[in-house]
Ligand binder design. Sequence first.
Ligand code: IMP
Ligand code: MG
Length: 173
Amino acid sequence: MEILLKREEIAAAVARMGQQITRDFAGESVVLIGVLKGACLFLSDLARQIELNATFDFIAVRSYGTKQHTAGEVQLIKDVTTPLRGQNVILVEDILDTGLTLTYLIKHLSGHHPKRLKIAALLDKPSRRVAQVQADYVGFQIPDKFVVGYGLDHAERFRNLPDICVLEEGGEQ
Ligand code: IMP
Ligand code: MG
């Protein structure tokens, strides 16, 4: 598979995002909420680049089936268990595509009344946006290609690839 982003580039972007978050929330604590399962690897690397008092939680939604296009509908599968009222919350997502998932999650988490709610997305495909949503911290803007690796899957495969690769049409065998 063609490599779009090498592990070293990813690590540098994650370090930069961690520094931004450390600066923006200086002297405060943060709750990192990872969107399962894709954001797991990103969250674990990002967390180690944040020099603040930090806790983790996870949330799971279903927005994609095994196909490469969105169903246009988001369903909550697992909610957070941390009380978020008055907390600085950073929602950690692998990729911002149509924006439907994040729009749903922002609305859902806002209902928990956090003090601040920020979005960290490793990847952003702005050309695919349907819902008006922007991330506060972005690793890379990428073209409209289906990518896998570093947590991102196709039908649950390829999450363990250390680099981010472009999945070719019919290349999923
Ligand atoms: P959105 O709701 O369209 O913004 O989609 C966000 C979700 O779609 C992500 O959390 C991914 O699970 C999935 N997704 C979107 N684009 C890709 C891709 O290129 N590769 C793998 N998963 C993707
Ligand atoms: Mg997925």
